[in-house]
Write a protein that binds this ligand. Structure first.
Ligand code: PLP
Length: 430
């Protein structure tokens, strides 16, 4: 895309021509000082769809009117309620419906999947991940390593530089591939994010999986910042497993129900079991022997949380209506617009006052741009928030701005940058 031309884009015209502009109205936009905020924080917590109340109250109504019988007698019986979200989740991650299930929370799903996919032997025991991996994921990996009696120092191989001690930088696929090769004989598992939470880098999942499989390791992914944000093809890429939360780009409420993916090629591996993973035909006979449901459903433990699933569905139905391919198209344009306006700030100040850490290639990022300010980063972030631009701050020096195509407009982006420029001209010399 042409940056000069994009920076001169008239945001009013862009919004008028945006076929998805009506979807902003499907969401509650929070207010600050009596004005709608510019919400660029869907990477952390997605906004609440206006229909969420209706979905919740329908679920409550079933409980109110039918009690226990709602498990079987209503139009959407609770006993297979977890199946309703399958087609849309599958389309978002590029899977077959049987390969995905809405359940649990991200970290608990990761523990669940690591029990299956990390079974180290004295020869093959290492896990390769990225040094800037999200803390919770790292804790989960470490706990399984310790659980199996291995030492984290020798077992967890971390690629790249640590994000807390320098300006975070994206990792090249080459670096990842070389690290896999280096440890090829002792590698049990390669575990990466889909989209890195600090840099916003969208990793080359296909290549990582190919390389992991070539050396005989499994490959798993955390899609917290990827699902609902970037196009995915987990089935075709032969990803072994993945998990995600749904409160970021999927707008499914804080701590809402997450999900997992297991490739259909995966069979006969041990799982941690619960009755909801048992074949529904005989589940209620409470048989002594466990017989797994086909597909990802076998990883379920407990009966599904109906209210959180109803909340998830309120948002998934919007994704269905909007069409994810169109969302991606808009997302790329919206983010490139933000990028071009930010780069223009450096020109206006005649020096670099900010640096965009996120890769500039569209296939290496989603909607998030991570910005590092050369000075006064924390103050700039605080002033942005005070002035109604909701974004977030990550140590050591990163402001994350995520224009979300479902509810952000080109006007949001243009206005956010005007506010940023005003802040900069007040606190930075030029
Ligand atoms: C948001 C996020 C989490 C949060 O985990 P929860 O179990 O949902 O609290 C974990 N890992 C990554 C990479 C995330 O982005």
């Amino acid at each position: 895309m042409n940056f000069e031309a994009l920076a001169n884009l008239d945001f009013r015209v862009a919004d008028r021509c945006d076929p998805l502009s009506a979807f902003r109205n499907y969401f509650h936009i929070p207010q600050k000082n009596g004005k709608e905020v510019i919400y660029l924080c869907g990477n952390s917590l997605g906004l609440m769809p206006k229909q969420t109340d209706v979905y919740i109250s329908n679920a409550l109504q079933q409980w109110q009117s039918h009690g226990v019988e709602a498990h079987f007698t209503t139009a959407t019986p609770w006993v297979n309620y977890h199946e309703i979200s399958k087609p849309i989740l599958a389309s978002l991650v590029g899977a077959k419906p049987s390969e995905v299930v809405a359940m649990g929370t991200l970290t608990s799903n990761l523990h669940n999947l690591l029990a299956t996919f990390y079974r180290p032997t004295p020869k093959r025991f290492k896990i390769l991940c990225e040094k800037g991996i999200f803390s919770s994921d790292r804790y989960a990996l470490i706990s399984h390593i310790e659980w199996h009696g291995f030492s984290p120092e020798e077992t967890l191989i971390e690629v790249g530089n640590h994000h807390s001690i320098s300006v975070p930088t994206p990792l090249s696929t080459q670096e990842i591939v070389e690290a896999i090769e280096e440890h090829q004989d002792s590698l049990a598992l390669v575990f990466f994010a889909g989209v890195q939470y600090i840099t916003g880098q969208f990793f080359d999942i296909k290549t990582i999986v190919q390389k992991a499989h070539q050396v005989g390791a499994y490959a798993g992914f955390d899609l917290a910042h990827a699902i609902g944000n970037v196009p995915l093809a987990l089935h075709d890429w032969q990803v072994d497993f993945a998990c995600w939360c749904s409160y970021k780009y999927l707008n499914a409420s804080p701590g809402g129900v997450g999900g997992l993916f297991v490739h259909q090629n995966i069979q006969f591996l041990p799982t941690l079991k619960g009755w909801w993973g048992h074949n529904p035909q005989s589940r209620f006979n409470m048989p002594v022997h466990f017989s797994a449901e086909p597909g990802a459903d076998a990883w379920q433990w407990s009966n599904a949380p109906i209210i959180p699933l109803a909340i998830l569905q309120a948002s998934l139905d919007i994704f269905q209506e909007a069409n994810f391919e169109k969302l991606v198209q808009k997302s790329r344009k919206l983010t490139a617009f933000l990028e071009s306006l930010l780069l223009q700030i450096n020109q206006k100040f005649n020096r670099d006052v900010l640096q965009i850490i996120t890769p500039s290639k569209v296939e290496e990022r989603g909607c998030q741009l991570s910005v590092s300010f050369i000075e006064k980063g924390k103050l700039i972030y605080e002033l942005l928030n005070q002035n109604g631009v909701i974004c977030d701050w990550r140590e050591p020096n990163v402001v994350r701005l995520a224009p979300v195509p479902l509810y952000n407009s080109f006007a949001d982006v243009a206005q956010a940058v005007i506010i940023l420029e005003n802040i900069l001209s007040q606190i930075i010399e030029h």
